[in-house]
Design a protein around this ligand. Structure first.
Ligand code: SF4
Ligand code: SF4
Length: 381
């Protein structure tokens, strides 16, 4: 059966091959000789020296945030492990349903709503469903620890992706770049594993295949766009309707019969063409201030997709210097706002009256939404 037109089709202007996870920037530091020094810097960040935003307390907070992901999930490093395991034999010892139990004959639209409600109850801030486009599945996996590089094989019956987004804390992101902002990144990664792993268990108990996944197995952003959760921003991130780019993404791949969501139009491309704030405030100039292009910048970019390519080498270099992650390109984005009547009105305007985008950007500048919040101010409440 032919795939329906999905949200990513408007960005595809050339042949798109499956991406080899080995070329992911984070994986390249494990094998690319050109990035050897960067790898050393990343794994040996200088000890805290008491600088605001990077104190021992703040670094400990950050490690606490990452704990579940690093100890029990490792979705950044490998796949089919821990909370992201593709099977859960240990559940056979608890609450096991009779062998062969399976929910049959459910209406896909109603079942999709149930699955989304479960995802939201587990902690997702928003969720969507798409038909799985094989181009977004990695051609090969790369094991971060053993460096094993092998063909990614999915069970052939897997047909859908349920994508879940986890909100990062608005005030913590405002402190970027700092370990406080890094803490909300870590917390979201840990929550991703809980939400995706538990959602997969729910689907398995309905009698279907469910493969939970963090950054492993395939590309989250195009799957989320196909799942009607938002559009692609200049900053290379998914821009959602309610949270802008202030989310982290995970997914569950499944054969449960579901109803895909339609593409979501928010007016992001027109806004990004006028705005450029993420490029201006990126500390490593990793974001293009120019026009969109399908040409790759380096081996970490997938060709054939019309976008503002991110120079992941520059970005990760800044992370190494900074000693933690960075979320400046989220912090300064005009789509990153807490909920409120005014902000909902502006979002409506961006979608429906793009001729007024310069005005919205001016207002955003004047109100200083892009400015960094001092990490100490975060602690002082
Ligand atoms: S994470 Fe920071 S360094 Fe990387 S692209 Fe965004 S703003 Fe630039
Ligand atoms: S900061 Fe501006 S240019 Fe960058 S993603 Fe957000 S809206 Fe687009």
């Amino acid at each position: 059966m032919a795939m329906r037109t999905q949200g990513t089709s408007k960005y595809i202007v050339g042949p798109v091959e499956q991406f080899d996870q080995r070329f992911d920037m984070y994986k390249r530091v494990r094998w690319d000789p050109a990035l050897k020094e960067l790898g050393k810097k990343l794994w040996n960040p200088s000890l805290p020296k008491g600088k605001e935003g990077y104190t021992l307390v703040e670094r400990a907070f950050e490690n606490a945030g990452w704990y579940v992901e690093m100890a029990f999930a490792k979705g950044i490093q490998i796949h089919d492990y821990g909370l992201y395991s593709w099977d859960s034999p240990e559940m056979a010892h608890y609450h096991a349903l009779p062998e062969g139990t399976r929910l049959d004959g459910a209406d896909p639209a109603a079942l999709s709503q149930v699955v989304k409600n479960v995802a939201l109850s587990l902690g997702a801030c928003t969720t969507g469903i798409c038909e799985l486009d094989p181009r977004w599945v990695y051609s090969h996996s790369f094991h971060f620890v053993t460096k094993e590089h092998r063909r990614m094989e999915l069970p052939p019956q897997v047909r859908y992706a349920v994508v879940v987004a986890i909100e990062m804390d608005y005030e913590m992101v405002r402190t970027s770049p700092s370990a406080v902002a890094g803490s909300t990144v870590g917390i979201a990664y840990s929550q991703m594993a809980f939400v995706a792993g538990s959602l997969a268990q729910f689907i398995r108990d309905l009698g279907y295949t469910a493969l939970p996944s963090g950054n492993d197995t395939g590309l989250n952003i195009p799957m989320a766009i196909d799942a009607g959760m938002g559009e692609l921003g200049r900053n290379g991130l998914l821009i959602t309707k309610e949270f802008g780019p202030r989310v982290r993404l995970a997914k569950v791949l499944t054969d449960l019969p579901l109803e895909p969501d339609p593409p979501l139009e928010l007016g992001v491309t027109a806004m990004c063409e006028r705005c450029g704030k993420c490029a201006r405030y990126c500390p490593s100039q990793a974001i293009s201030p120019g026009e969109r292009t399908p040409e790759p910048l380096n081996i970490s970019t997938n060709p054939g997709v019309l976008k503002w390519p991110i120079d992941a080498e520059k970005c990760l270099n800044f992370w190494a210097v900074n000693g933690t992650t960075c979320t400046n390109c989220i912090r300064v984005c005009p789509f990153n706002k807490p909920d409120g009547r005014l902000h909902r009105l502006v979002r409506w305007g961006v979608k429906n009256t793009p001729w007024a985008n310069d005005l919205f950007i001016k207002g955003d500048d004047l109100l200083g939404y892009h400015k960094q919040l001092r990490p100490n101010a975060y602690w002082e409440g």
